[in-house]
Design a protein around this ligand. Structure first.
Ligand code: PGA
Length: 245
């Protein structure tokens, strides 16, 4: 949890949307609307273009995934060094779509975390329980497992951001902003146990954030910013959310 005087960290996750031309126009237009840092995780193919257009602006370009190896015969994969050299400054790791659709294990995510931090790439680690896990009272256990497995051995906390994204809240019905206090307290407790300096790791919320509900999330003392999927694809919505304090 950051002091509330710090502007919230607003991050867009474009998933598999937009072409390079669309990204170029978006970044150029967004530049005229934002005055403080706003991050966008774009598809691999447009990192370089988006980063070029974002240069000398508050827009920070990142990636949505990477491989844990530094290089090698891994057809179709992309390394942290490649992301950095293309202009990415951060990478999203452990997103629930990667965990579910691409069967990424906690162990694989841990290796990616280690590699990204070793190569000086900032990470946004996504954690969150499914609807069934929540219904079964397993939320805290899942958050603990995901945090402990991914972040064991981390010492470089300044490059770590956590996004709590309840899986059931993604792409549909957002969580109720004031009903997540216990989850955020639990996350903070685990981070401290893992050795993170107190309240030094920003904790974001993600899951169906839009222009209407974003202010309520940002009012919560434990929420330091937002990870936004579909509403980040629309310039006006994203720019409005990115201007909130
Ligand atoms: P959403 O996606 O805002 O469209 O729910 C969030 C995410 O998956 O990061």
């Amino acid at each position: 949890m950051l002091p509330k005087s710090t502007p919230p960290l607003i991050v867009g996750n474009w998933k598999m949307y937009k072409t390079s031309d669309e990204a170029t126009h978006f970044v150029e237009d967004l530049k005229t609307k934002v005055t403080r840092p706003v991050w966008i995780a774009v598809p691999f193919t447009m990192i370089q273009t988006a980063a070029k257009h974002a240069k000398d602006s508050p827009i920070v370009i990142g990636a949505q995934n990477m491989n844990d190896a530094s290089e090698g015969s891994f057809t179709g994969e992309v390394s942290a060094k490649m992301l950095l050299s293309a202009g990415a400054q951060f990478v999203i790791l452990g997103h629930s779509e990667r965990r579910t659709l691409f069967h990424e294990s906690n162990e694989f995510i841990q290796k990616k975390v280690a590699r990204a931090l070793k190569d000086q790439l900032k990470i946004i680690l996504c954690i969150g329980e499914t609807e069934m896990e929540r219904a079964g009272g397993q939320t805290k256990t899942i958050l603990k497992d995901q945090l402990e497995s991914a972040l064991k051995n981390v010492t470089d906390w300044k490059n770590v951001v956590i996004a709590y994204e309840p899986v059931w809240a993604i792409g549909g019905q957002a969580a109720e902003p004031d009903k997540l206090t216990e989850e955020y307290a639990h996350i903070e407790e685990i981070l401290t146990q893992l050795g993170a300096p107190t309240k030094s790791v920003p904790t974001l919320y993600g899951g169906s954030v839009n222009v209407s509900n974003a202010p309520a999330f940002l009012k919560e003392p434990a929420i330091d910013g937002l990870l936004i999927g579909s509403a980040s694809l629309n310039l006006d919505s994203f720019a409005k959310i990115a201007s909130l304090s």
